[in-house]
Design a protein around this ligand. Structure first.
Ligand SMILES: C[S@@+](CC[C@H](N)C(=O)[O-])C[C@H]1O[C@@H](n2cnc3c(N)ncnc32)[C@H](O)[C@@H]1O
Length: 206
């Protein structure tokens, strides 16, 4: 069952990763029609799902954290939002098969770093195929300046960081509508340390 380290974080904090949606997700309106069906993979406590459902999209949110999904379900019920929550491992092909396809957009927001090797391949394979032709991926992930030419660069916590340029290369056969690499502003999650990290994000059209 995927990464379970988030259950404790979510049980102790509402909005562990902040209450507001990521900047990249604020761009969704430029690409999607109202009512479009969006799959949020590794949705966490659902900050992006909530933002999108409030804009009138139909959202299916998936995460391995029961705490994250129950929090999101509570908010969705309280605010009467069109969000379906599902608990499961997005690196497991058997689980992914049940999520169906033909989505207008799929989000992979800061979840790739928890997926390594075959798991990462499984998720990307599913996410590419579960999108309708002309649909969009919105992806953000940590990158590492490590010059080693390995496919995966794991940091000290065992997190999978992509190399600079690698995220864009994954979408070389799609239309890249937006691509950015940079460093985050200083951030802090709950009572953890203030930190920054290098990131890449992309909006790619199939
Ligand atoms: C850094 S959080 C990002 C949450 C949200 N996407 C956001 O941008 O705020 C990463 C999330 O991915 C989830 N996750 C990690 N590995 C997973 C897996 N194999 N299957 C499903 N969810 C996973 C974690 O439980 C966590 O909620």
């Amino acid at each position: 069952m995927g990464d379970l380290s988030h259950d404790k974080k979510y049980s102790e904090n509402d909005n562990y990763y902040g209450p507001s949606s990521s900047k990249l997700i604020n761009e969704v309106d430029k690409y999607l029609k109202p009512g479009s069906k969006i799959l949020d993979l590794g949705a966490g406590q659902g900050k992006n799902s909530i933002y999108l459902a409030e804009k009138g999209y139909e959202v299916i949110a998936v995460d391995s954290s029961i705490e994250g999904m129950s929090y999101l379900e509570r908010i969705a019920n309280e605010r009467d939002l069109n969000i379906k929550t599902i608990v499961g491992d997005i690196s497991d092909p058997k689980f992914l098969k049940n999520l169906g396809g033909n989505y207008d957009a799929i989000l992979l927001m800061n979840v790739i770093k928890f997926l390594g090797g075959k798991g990462f391949e499984n998720t990307m394979y599913y996410a590419r195929n579960a999108l309708r032709e002309g649909g969009y991926h919105f992806v953000e992930t940590h990158i590492s300046q490590n010059p080693k030419k390995r496919k995966e660069v794991f940091d000290i916590k065992g997190h999978n960081h992509l190399l600079p340029g690698e995220l864009k290369k994954l979408y070389s056969d799609w239309i890249v509508q937006h691509y950015l690499e940079g460093r985050t502003n200083p951030e802090k999650h709950s009572n953890g340390p203030i930190h920054t990290h290098d990131f890449a994000n992309i909006i790619a059209q199939k």
